[in-house]
Every structure is written in structure tokens, then in C-alpha cells.
Design a protein around this ligand. Structure first.
Ligand code: SF4
Length: 342
């Protein structure tokens, strides 16, 4: 059996070593350190394997490290979008976003997306397929070891609806969370959903303390939301809210709501009031994101004053608001723009 190492937890690797090779945690930990922490695919040279040359030779033929091939990168300042070609030739996009003290990696969970959000370039691509666990974790492998970026946060806000690829996304989170490996704390990972209620309900039953859930809300009523996000016709705002009310957050946990402000569509004072009422009973923060103009779509960017006014109206209603002007416009790496190769 081949060991596709980027989809292994340490526990599973230890069990595989015990069962298949009569070895154990000592070598599993060494391999984890070499591959995940150091990006050293030539692990035969590590002391633990130099002491067991026969085992190392067997392992060499059995362990594969397949993060995909980075075929292109685009920079805007310190922000980097990179394109990874997968083994079947399909391509996915990921973005390294510089924060104050470290980088956040925005990763993809699917090639394309079924959700068809009207403002989103990926939604317009349609759906090709789910990513495997190692294709998801391969993005952080490439970000750290190929691009040499210090990545401490993961956001599932790239291509795809992560809760529609539930099992592989959960598997990837477990791999990325391994202390002896990528060592990303659950509280440093955020899943962003378009409101896929069955996925939210499944997530509520998982033991993932600290994992953050972001909801791409984008409209204060069903009419506008259904026009922007077809998923709302299946899971309207009331059903979405019920799934959130039933979701038991950890102590001091909050939901993140994302609201893309589109001039003339969802930006009036009445919309702000309805949105505040919708969010109000939930512990939450709202990221207010200025729409990024996409060529071929009629939606318009709000001006700065419209952003400030909308944010002030929400704040006055007691909603915690963070304003974001999406970075990466020139490399099509802003929110809702992945899926275009510039
Ligand atoms: Fe899919 Fe997210 Fe784009 Fe909607 S915004 S189509 S859920 S990738």
C-alpha cells in the first residue's frame, strides 16, 4: 500500500508502521517532522532512518508526497496567489495573505463549486470535483515549503464550499492540526460556508473546539439573497438561522458573518436594520467587504462613504463590524475572485 503522507495523522501513521512494518511512533514522528515541518522529502538522511537503513529503503518506495505542482504565482505587494496543478491536470488556487505578524493561507476545498453564487468567479466555473485530503493539505505544504511563507492561519475561503466536501475537509483539518506536523491550532482555522445547512448540522456534532465558522450572508432578506446565492432557495435565511441557533459554540466563541456590500443592491439603511435584526441574537462579528468588480457582471463597487455609512448603521445596532477592502484585486485574488487566471 502506498502512503500518501499528506493525508496521514501521526496516530494513523504510527498504526500503519506497527501493522505493516513492525515499527512504531519513533519513526512515525521522525517522518512527520521531516515531511511536514521541514519539507524534507529525502528523509533517508535523518538519524532515525540512518539507524534503520533497510526500513528506510522500503519506506522510500512506499511514501509519496504529492502536494501538486505550483505552476504559477502572482504577487501584489506581499500577497501571493499561487496556482497548483493536480495529478489529473486540473488546477486550484490558493492565496497567501500577509497579516500583522504572520501569514494567512486561503485554501480551496473543491475544483470549482456547485453553489453558483452570482458574484463569484469560482461559482461561474461550475463544479469539477472534490479535493482529496492531501490536495487540501498540499496547499499549506506548498505555501510553507515551496513558497517559504510563514503560515499560521488557514481560511477555507478559496474555491469551493468546504461543507460540501465535508469528510475530506475534516480529514485535512485533523492533519493540519497535528502538533508534530503543520501544527495549526483549530482556533487558527476558519471554515467559510455559503449556508450549506446539512454541513453546519454535521459540523455541530463534531468535536472541533475552537474551529471558527464563517457564514457568507450577503443579504438581509430571502429575495436579495436568492438572487445572489442560489443555495438560499434550498436553505433560506430562517433555516440557516435555526442551524446557527442550534450550533453550540464554545465559551466565548462567535460566528463570523461575511457581507459583501454591493452598491444599490444590499446597501440601504433598511437593509442594515434587517441584517442587524437577523444577526442580533447570535454571538457574532461581521466582516463588511467592499464588492470587487468582476468584468461581465453588472454589480458595482460601493464607494468608501457607503461602506462607512453601512458599517456605522450596524454598529449603532450593536453589531461588531470590521470593514475590509479586499486585497489582491490586481491579481484576482480578492474575495469571490478565485477561479480566474490572470
Ligand atoms: Fe462557491 Fe464560495 Fe463562490 Fe459561493 S462564494 S460559488 S460558495 S466558492
Amino acid at each position: 500500500m502506498m502512503i500518501d503522507i499528506l493525508e496521514f495523522t501521526l496516530e494513523r501513521l504510527t498504526q500503519t508502521f506497527e501493522k505493516d512494518f513492525g515499527k512504531g511512533r519513533f519513526h512515525a514522528q521522525a517522518l512527520f517532522r521531516d515531511i511536514f515541518k521541514q519539507g524534507n522529502v529525502n528523509f533517508l538522511t535523518s538519524p532515525e532512518f540512518l539507524d534503520s537503513p533497510r526500513f528506510a529503503r522500503i519506506l522510500k518506495g512506499k511514501v509519496s508526497v504529492n502536494p501538486g505542482v505550483v505552476v504559477n504565482t502572482f504577487d501584489e505587494g506581499e500577497l501571493t496567489k499561487f496556482i497548483t496543478r493536480l495529478s489529473d491536470g486540473l488546477e486550484i488556487e490558493s492565496v497567501v495573505i500577509p497579516m500583522t505578524r504572520h501569514n494567512t493561507l486561503c485554501i480551496s476545498s473543491q475544483v470549482g463549486c456547485k453553489m453558483g453564487c452570482k458574484f463569484c468567479e469560482t461559482g461561474r466555473m461550475g463544479f469539477k470535483r472534490n479535493l482529496s485530503i492531501s490536495e487540501i493539505t498540499g496547499q499549506i505544504y506548498n505555501g510553507r515549503h515551496y513558497l517559504k511563507k510563514d503560515i499560521k492561519n488557514i481560511v477555507f475561503m478559496g474555491m469551493g464550499e468546504p461543507l460540501d466536501n465535508f469528510d475530506n475537509v475534516m480529514g485535512a483539518i485533523q492533519v493540519m492540526n497535528q502538533q508534530q506536523g503543520f501544527d495549526i491550532a483549530l482556533r487558527h482555522m476558519t471554515l467559510s460556508t455559503a449556508g450549506f445547512v446539512p454541513g453546519i448540522e454535521r459540523l455541530a456534532k463534531m468535536k472541533m473546539p475552537g474551529l471558527r465558522l464563517a457564514i457568507s450572508i450577503n443579504a438581509p432578506d430571502d429575495k436579495i439573497r436568492s438572487s445572489l446565492m442560489p443555495i438560499n432557495k434550498v436553505f433560506p435565511l430562517a433555516a440557516l438561522k435555526k442551524s446557527l441557533v442550534d450550533f453550540s459554540l464554545p465559551k466565548r466563541g462567535i460566528f463570523l458573518f461575511e457581507y459583501i456590500l454591493i452598491k444599490g443592491l444590499n446597501d440601504s439603511p433598511a437593509h442594515a436594520a434587517m441584517l442587524a435584526d437577523y444577526i442580533h441574537p447570535l454571538p457574532a462579528r461581521l466582516n463588511l467587504i467592499a464588492y470587487n468588480k468582476i468584468i461581465g457582471l453588472d454589480y458595482e463597487n460601493p464607494c468608501d462613504d457607503e461602506m462607512y455609512t453601512f458599517a456605522d448603521l450596524l454598529s449603532a445596532k450593536g453589531i461588531m463590524v470590521i470593514k475590509r477592502w479586499s486585497r489582491g484585486r490586481s491579481v484576482a485574488a480578492g474575495c469571490g475572485q478565485l477561479g480566474t487566471h490572470t
